[in-house]
Design a protein around this ligand. Structure first.
Ligand code: ADP
Ligand code: MG
Length: 253
């Protein structure tokens, strides 16, 4: 068994009066690929956003690489992280969104250089060399000087992956990375993700691509209405789900 890398215990998160995460326990092992599946509105994005400190849960603990994210006060409520802590936390976990969110006024190369330069204070020459390597790695070396508007959706998403990797994250979170793409562009993004997985990156992938989950994931968790309803090996969860809710969901995707 490899080590636990991300560990969530009893996570609760509400927006106003609506409780969106209702006590989630979730463990991700180092170097594993975990797929998170489930219907729209079940809390998948919120869970990823908690792991990346884009949201703070009201209750529960989030451990990443042995460190507790957000510390408890004597009163035992979640202490909000200060900005410096959040920046450090975010830098250690890369995130890729459905909408690629590239800076439109920057070339692909500049998009991949900007984080190391401005957040990590890396010098320009080094940031550029590493950015070019990363663009090569996502097969976009010859598109380095193109602006996002000049790239296809699949190419933009690959730049977004390279940009996340530029911060040398210890884990990568993907939130429906192929959902905004035309079907013929999905494959090139999944290929990049498979390469990353084969390279040993710890990944959590929210996806509706069941073939990716079957082929690449080590673990699948099915989420519904703010809880993880069932989880385990992809073969088990996807082929013979125990719960009615998972069976129903899987029959529809
Ligand atoms: P999923 O990613 O599984 O579709 P989400 O985590 O995006 O689910 O959303 C879960 C629920 O939380 C939904 O009902 C959504 O409307 C609500 N929600 C998410 N983000 C916010 C927010 N910032 N403010 C209010 N409600 C939100
Ligand atoms: Mg979502």
């Amino acid at each position: 068994m490899t080590e636990t890398f991300i560990d969530l215990r009893g996570i609760r998160k509400s927006f106003g009066r609506v409780e969106v995460l209702k006590g989630v326990d979730y463990t991700v092992r180092q170097g594993s690929v975990s797929c998170l599946i489930g219907p729209s509105g079940s809390g998948k994005s919120t869970l990823l956003r908690c792991i990346n400190s884009l949201e703070q849960p009201e209750e529960g603990e989030i451990w990443v690489d042995g460190a507790l994210i957000g510390k408890r006060t004597e009163k035992d409520d979640y202490r909000a992280l200060d900005e410096r802590e959040i920046a450090g936390q975010r830098a250690s976990i890369g995130m890729v969104f459905q909408q690629f969110n590239l800076f439109p006024h920057m070339t692909a190369l500049e998009n991949v250089m900007v984080g190391p330069q401005w957040v990590k204070g890396e010098d320009r020459t080094r940031a550029k060399r590493r950015a070019l390597e990363l663009l090569e790695r996502v097969s976009l070396g010859e598109r380095a000087h193109h602006y996002p508007a000049e790239l296809s959706g699949g190419q933009q998403q690959r730049v977004a992956i390279a940009r996340a990797l530029s911060m040398q994250p210890k884990a990568m979170l993907f939130d429906e990375p192929t959902s905004a793409l035309d079907p013929e562009l999905v494959g090139e993004v999944l290929t990049v993700m498979k390469d990353l997985a084969n390279g040993g990156m710890t990944m959590i992938v929210v996806t509706h691509e069941m073939s990716f989950a079957r082929e690449v994931a080590d673990h699948v968790a099915f989420m519904d209405a703010g809880v993880i309803v069932e989880e385990g090996h992809p073969r088990t969860v996807l082929s013979s789900p125990r719960s009615e809710r998972a069976r129903d969901f899987l029959s529809r995707v």
